[in-house]
Design a protein around this ligand. Sequence first.
Ligand code: PBG
Length: 337
Amino acid sequence: MNEKIKKKNILHSGMFNGTLRGWQSLKSGLTAENLMYPVFIIEGDNDVQDIPSMPGVARYGINKLQEHLTGLIAKGLTSILVFGVVDSLPKDDFGTHADSKNNPVIKALPKLRQWFPNLTIACDVCLCPYTSHGHCGILTEKGIINNSASIARIGEIALAYAKAGAHIVAPSDMMDGRIGAIKSRLIESQLQNSVAVLSYTCKFSSIFYGPFRDAAKSKPAFGDRKCYQLPTGSEGIALRAAQRDVEEGADFLMVKPIMAYVDILKQVKNKYPEYPMFVYQVSGEYSMIYQAAEKGIFDLKAGLIEILSSYRRAGADVIITYYTPHLLEWISLKNKL
Ligand code: PBG
């Protein structure tokens, strides 16, 4: 052996079999508990609608969702993130149907709680699927965000979901002060101990949300979301957003999208190691990987494991992904990926 090689530089002695390699990568393993599955709920109870821009993902009426989730829970599914999508309920400036009694999420929650008592249910809280203008807040007459009116309304919607049975409310609107507004509403109703707040903390303005806006029918009618979502190249403001949400009482933090923002995940996790970190592999990331695998550029399972390992390594505790059904299938065969 070359005399110059120091003994501690012989890396191969620590990784010559699968168990040893596993010990070198414990932080990046994936179990069912590391996954949260996003689902779209529509008004027609027995309907299923494919989403052309997200092959393999569908919107479900509540009865169809019951069938779909039953199979996944048998494979270990522990949590979902619910989005409502409306067709016939009218949209208006105030997002009236975000929390009306006919809202598909409000109607679904008691049933989901009853059918699946061990399933943890998070609800996305936002106005964009329910406003006529498609923005995530309430607008002034001049068409700009009215922050105080927006967070008052977001607080009200979060409270309605909490009362209907959500375990977690997850505001994705990005208005300043929304976490504090939601926490105050939960405390007033003495729900602070039974409902957690998952903040979409570092939510960047992103091209990768495109397919979701088809899925949730939530495209802005004019303008874009750049003045309330974080600028792509930014870093300091993302860390300040994390600090703001922590100070306002968020229980869980999130980075979204993730593929282009793993550095932000690592920084936020290093700054707040005591907070569980969520990352959202968003619609465009899902579809991009799907297309690559479909074209034979790489194997879906191997590609996903490599990509998701990097998120775990950088500090992600929970990965919100439309690939949850695929991952559970593989995990259920082996218990772990
Ligand atoms: C709503 C919301 C969006 C996503 C989650 N909640 C879209 C947006 O902000 O435009 C994106 C999720 C995805 O792309 O999968 N505010």
